[in-house]
Write a protein that binds this ligand. Structure first.
Ligand code: F3S
Length: 292
């Protein structure tokens, strides 16, 4: 049984950077507290907890000499200031791709322009960006919500980093009818999600079973599962190697593996090792059966 990894899988640049920053602080002896869960992966959070990292839910909890960490989604400038006034030290692990959206919104608002963000208004990334231009920023989920916008002045249209390109372009086109000038449309979608989906799609038609490693509630892992299931009926979203059911592998010659953007390498290695050992066991059993 061959175990094949998709060309792109696992930690995206921003998540890897955030985890490395936390590990650097731990190595320096800091008492580390993350504002919200650092990443959407229970096993990695548990590993960091075992090393002493704890989560806080509000800046007020950052008192007492702690190093507070802003996660990759970023926060509003107000929250950042509050953290800086309370914590002994603040590590800003905001993903640089998110920082770019924040800066674009801030600069446009300073020039008196309106800003339209396309994305989920309840997502922490969007809440953070709105904080950079709170008085003239509007968040719409999709093109249909553009109808609810007020008249806009020289709008800048940007997107949540994880949005689908087609949804963003449709929404940006719909904003035109509300604008007093041609909107400036800046595609701020990060390619990490799409790259993982494209790589999974390329492999899914060539395997008999596909394991997607990621949190059961992680939206990018759930989307990866859907992409794989389109071409491979035996596609499974698992969090740990214990969830592999040998029965699902019966008759499988080639098994695909991918992982969501918050899945750490050590967990991926555990799954690959287990799949390889199951393949070896099966080969051995078949060899014995052939001899008999
Ligand atoms: Fe950054 Fe893209 Fe990951 S925005 S946190 S690299 S999904």
């Amino acid at each position: 049984m061959q175990v094949l990894l998709a060309e792109e899988y696992g930690f995206c640049f921003g998540v890897e950077r955030a985890v490395e920053m936390v590990e650097g602080a731990l190595a320096a002896g800091a008492t580390v507290r993350t504002l919200g869960p650092l990443i959407h992966n229970t096993q990695e959070i548990e590993r960091l907890e075992a090393e002493g990292v704890q989560m806080i839910t509000a800046p007020e909890e950052a008192a007492g000499g702690v190093t507070a960490v802003i996660r990759a989604h970023g926060v509003t400038p107000q929250v950042q200031i509050e953290l800086q006034s309370r914590a002994a030290n603040v590590i800003d692990a905001t993903c640089p791709f998110v920082t770019k959206v924040q800066k674009l919104a801030e600069r446009a608002a300073l020039k008196g322009r309106d800003v339209v963000l396309v994305g989920n208004p309840d997502h922490p990334e969007m809440i953070g960006v709105v904080g950079y231009a709170p008085h003239n920023t509007y968040v719409i989920r999709d093109a249909s919500e553009a109808a609810n916008l007020p008249p806009l002045h020289a709008p800048l249209v940007v997107s949540q980093t994880t949005l689908k390109l087609s949804a963003f372009l449709e929404a940006a086109a719909a904003v035109r009818s509300k604008a007093d000038a041609e909107p400036e449309v800046v595609n701020t979608i990060c390619s990490a999600t799409r790259d993982r989906q494209d790589a999974a799609r390329a492999l899914a038609g060539h395997v008999d079973a596909f394991y997607i490693i990621g949190g059961k509630h992680s939206s990018n892992s759930i989307k990866l599962l859907a992409v794989c299931a389109e071409q491979c009926a035996k596609s499974f979203l698992i969090e740990t190697p214990d969830e592999i059911d040998v029965e699902d592998l019966r008759g499988a010659e080639r098994v695909g593996v991918t992982a969501g953007a918050s899945t750490p390498n050590w967990l991926i290695e555990q799954v690959v090792t287990k799949l390889r050992s199951l393949g070896d066991e099966r080969n051995a059993t078949e060899a014995v059966a052939a001899v008999n």
